[in-house]
Design a protein around this ligand. Structure first.
Ligand code: ADP
Ligand code: MG
Length: 686
């Protein structure tokens, strides 16, 4: 395909900017789809402008003035008989200022905000209209493209327009007829043209929601491209050798004997699946999904012991230091009786400490290493790495997965990989998002867990909540009082937690109250936690440090302050700290009014269910997969046009079509993947 520089007006500088958007060829331009549309097909009366919405309106300038409020502002009041609105400019030329005269008629477009004196817009797009003219709305929707610094929306729109005019005809249909017949959707060319330039009269609402057949056609192909890309990645990994690890499970049996409980059937089944994979000479690529508290750590330990028994090393990676430390403590305790050394590698360790850990690993003296991604820095070498375990994988995207798998083991073989997540997602979705992985589900909680009864209470009823804590603790139960992040600052979080602790001590003098937070020294933290675990402390005031890992079965009441600020996944994790013992547990979600609609929905969901799958489904619906699965944080591109939640029902069919293509049209696969994933998805050119 021709490079972008074949377009008129694209010199080296523009080409470089387009390159930053991943646009290298003209085909890339055609597949750079609008993020959304602006609706300039209606003129909104100024009196009905709504803050937070984009709108087009017309009116006359009533007043224009330059004022100094710290900096120079050009203010312009525009009215149309139904109301008035303020336009605010911080950067303006003399000519611009002179043109904005009282009485001039203008058409304006932008996002409305609520200002001090009513609705206002900052730097709106505007156009002056000749006196006496009748303002006209546009007759088609305006596409808005993802762009980058220095690449103006209008220029991008023009370049894409040119690509459509001159090159759309050359675009190839890679879906075979039998698939097209199945789809009954527009052809690729029709769809691309429609989506870039919806014709006049195109249904605005349907397009805005992304449900037009032209959009569906493209979304379908995009999802297919991802699915194909991941399946090929899987195939590529399969071509590598992995150590076939033989062991008869003696070490794990020893661990099980030490445990005060029996494995659940689900744990046994999943461990069986993993061990079977580990015996193969093909690399395991397995994802374990299991709700909070379903006992994933033990499953990881089983996998690790199998590898160690077979003479291989294991690396266990967690997304945060806290979680890594937690695993390290757990495993060290479990493995100590078997004389298995567990090395711990954290970013905050001194260079010297890290070096000595690295030596332990490189020499093979430590069979197990736990750490954050620091484990996978270049300088860390393993003697015989046979298995990589990644915990809480939802925070790592495909790229990270790929990087890990490429981390070679001894003699050209690559390690087996096990990924664990507590963000369970629906099966159809998992098959698509993790098309490169086999999925095991721990679909059972240890026996005796009772659902946590959850109440949602405004913080104006704090006194009642405090009394509830008193009653519970006097009955010899224990409680958590969680003070989550108020501002984006550890220091402030700490301040709130400290103040809360003081207030609670005053209100509840008869109780033993302690505070635990992230800034405490590990030894101090451990001492407080041990006292809580030992029952000497009734009420533990905590920051969200206790989100993961803390396990005190006698604690059966949890209060979460500012619950309205937390996401569903985090609330679910926190609540998972109670309901672990024999007693019935409860959780009070305290909020500060007024609640946003989204917060209200989150809290209602938490009250309605304790099923992690259900909560994840709701989370996906509310936030979208990019946020929930962490691909956005991981810096991975979102889909151009597909939406995993909206388009979920198409996924099973897409799976089938992917199989048809791989089996019968293998030469079509690479062009489809490249077209949609370009060079951005490194798994595209696998
Ligand atoms: P998660 O799946 O959230 O990572 P953990 O591995 O932290 O869960 O396990 C939660 C708690 O349940 C731990 O205290 C663990 O020791 C305990 N546990 C694990 N498996 C069982 C089981 N089969 N029966 C009872 N308790 C279990
Ligand atoms: Mg866990």
């Amino acid at each position: 395909m021709q490079p972008v520089s074949a377009l008129k007006g694209v010199g080296p500088r523009v080409a470089e900017k387009l390159g930053r958007l991943g646009l290298h060829t003209i085909q890339d331009m055609l597949f750079h789809l609008p993020l959304r549309y602006q609706d300039r097909t209606r003129i909104t009366p100024v009196g009905s402008l709504m803050p937070g919405r984009e709108a087009m309106f017309c009116g006359r300038i009533e007043l224009a003035d330059v004022v100094y409020r710290g900096r120079r502002n050009l203010l312009c009041r525009v009215a149309d008989g139904t109301g008035s609105v303020l336009l605010r400019f911080f950067h303006f030329s003399g000519a611009q200022r002179d043109s904005l005269q009282r009485g001039v008629l203008m058409r304006c477009f932008g996002e409305v905000r609520s200002g001090q004196t009513g609705p206002e817009l900052i730097h709106p797009e505007y156009e002056l209209l000749p006196a006496g003219s009748e303002p006209q709305p546009e007759n088609r929707l305006t596409p808005v493209y993802p762009t980058t610094d220095g690449m103006h929306q209008l220029s991008l729109r023009r370049l894409i327009g040119e690509a459509l005019d001159t090159r759309l005809q050359g675009i190839r249909e890679w879906l075979p007829d039998e698939v097209l017949d199945l789809l009954r959707l527009p052809t690729l060319r029709e769809a691309l043209d429609f989506v870039h330039r919806p014709p006049p009269g195109a249904p605005v609402g349907v397009l805005m929601q992304g449900r037009h057949p032209a959009q569906q056609r493209l979304a379908y192909e995009e999802l297919l491209a991802h699915c194909l890309g991941l399946r090929r990645l899987r195939e590529r990994i399969r071509q590598h050798d992995a150590p076939g690890i033989d062991a008869d499970g003696a070490l794990f049996r020893r661990l099980v004997l030490q445990l005060p409980f029996a494995l659940t059937a689900a744990q046994q089944r999943v461990i069986g699946e993993i061990v079977e994979d580990l015996r193969q000479r093909q690399p395991m690529q397995r994802l374990v999904q299991g709700d909070v508290g379903s006992g994933k750590t033990l499953v990881a330990a089983a996998a690790a012991l199998h590898a160690v028994e077979g003479g291989w090393q294991v690396a266990i990676m967690a997304p945060t230091e806290l979680l890594a430390e937690q695993h390290w403590r757990n495993l060290r305790e479990w493995f100590a009786p078997m004389d298995i050394e567990v090395a711990w590698l954290a970013g905050r360790h001194s260079v010297r400490a890290r070096r000595s850990m690295s030596q332990l690993l490189a020499s093979g003296r430590a069979p197990v290493a736990v750490g954050t991604h620091a484990l996978f820095q270049r300088e860390v070498g393993f003697h015989r790495l046979g298995l990589v375990i990644v915990d809480e994988q939802h925070r790592f995207g495909v790229h990270q997965r790929l990087m890990l798998r490429e981390k070679g083991a001894a003699d050209g073989r690559i390690p087996h990989q096990l990924i664990m997540t507590a963000t369970p997602i629906p099966r159809t979705l998992a098959q698509s998002v993790y098309a490169d992985l086999d999925v095991s589900v721990i679909d059972e909680l240890p026996a005796g867990r009772q659902p946590v009864e959850t109440a949602v209470v405004p913080d104006s009823r704090r006194d009642t909540v405090v009394q509830r804590v008193r009653r519970a603790c006097l009955e010899k139960r224990q409680a958590y009082w969680v003070c989550p992040l108020i501002e984006e600052s550890d220091a402030l979080e700490l301040q709130t937690a400290t103040a809360t602790e003081v207030a609670l001590r005053q209100a509840l003098p008869e109780l033993q109250i302690r505070l635990v937070h992230g800034r405490m020294k590990p030894a101090e933290k451990e001492q407080v936690m041990a006292a809580f675990k030992g029952g000497e402390v009734d009420l533990l005031v905590a920051t969200t440090v206790i989100e993961v890992g803390v396990d005190v079965p006698n604690a059966s009441l949890m209060i979460i302050e500012n619950a309205e600020r937390l996401g569903l996944a985090q609330l679910h994790q926190l609540r998972g700290r109670v309901g672990r013992g024999a007693a019935a547990s409860s959780c009070v979600l305290m909020y500060r009014a007024p609640l946003s609609a989204a917060a209200r929905e989150r809290l209602a969901t938490m009250r309605a269910t304790s099923d992690g799958f259900e909560i994840a489904r709701k989370d996906l619906e509310m936030r979208g997969p990019g946020e929930v699965l962490g691909t956005r944080q991981a810096g991975e591109q979102q889909f151009h046009i597909a939406d995993l939640v909206r388009d979920q029902s198409a996924l099973p069919q897409i799976e089938k079509v992917a199989t048809i293509l791989l089996d019968r049209y293998p030469q079509h696969v690479a062009p489809i993947v490249r077209r949609w994933l370009g060079i951005r998805g490194s798994y595209a050119d696998v």
